[in-house]
Design a protein around this ligand. Structure first.
Ligand code: FES
Length: 160
């Protein structure tokens, strides 16, 4: 059982309480918690249930319905590979294969140590500067495989 001194639970409560909307729903509360905490910890489910007069099952039903909700902390760093048509033509396939190999992944996801998360993006919005990748949301256009490898290695905390 958690106590009032649990800082994560307090952050969850604040996220629910401080929503900018007049109407507080299960969905808006879950979104607010995920925005604040980065994921939905266990405390989010019962705190949202308490705040919205919903049952635990109802809150779980909403949380588990939407694939954008996550139930574990996000990776420390995020690497995004643009997979849009322009970047695809300009070499995204190689960038993706290199990143997957460096991170020991077979598809988008997170390294087992939680250090780096790899995502595919359908367009990072800089098509004229493709191929593009983003590292912790900082865009890099016209990225070369060498630069991409060095940036991924830096996020892993090692050499390319
Ligand atoms: S397709 Fe890659 S930035 Fe648009």
């Amino acid at each position: 059982m958690t106590t009032a001194a649990d800082p994560l639970r307090e952050q969850v409560r604040s996220a629910i309480r401080d929503q900018p909307f007049r109407t507080r729903t299960v969905l808006s509360s879950l979104l607010s918690v995920q925005d604040s905490v980065g994921y939905l910890p266990e405390a989010a489910i019962d705190e949202v249930a308490l705040a919205t007069d919903a049952t635990i099952n109802e809150v779980w039903g909403v949380a588990s319905f939407y694939p954008n909700f996550r139930f574990k902390p996000p990776a420390d760093h995020t690497v995004e590979v643009c997979w849009g048509p322009t970047c695809h033509v300009l070499g995204a396939q190689r960038l993706l294969q290199d990143a997957l190999a460096q991170l020991g992944l077979e598809n988008e996801g997170e390294t087992p140590d939680g250090r780096v998360g790899l995502k595919l993006n359908t367009c990072l919005g800089v098509c004229a500067h493709g191929p593009a990748m983003a590292f912790d949301h900082a865009l890099v256009g016209r990225i070369t495989p060498e630069t991409a490898r060095a940036r991924v290695a830096a996020m892993r905390g090692g050499a390319a």
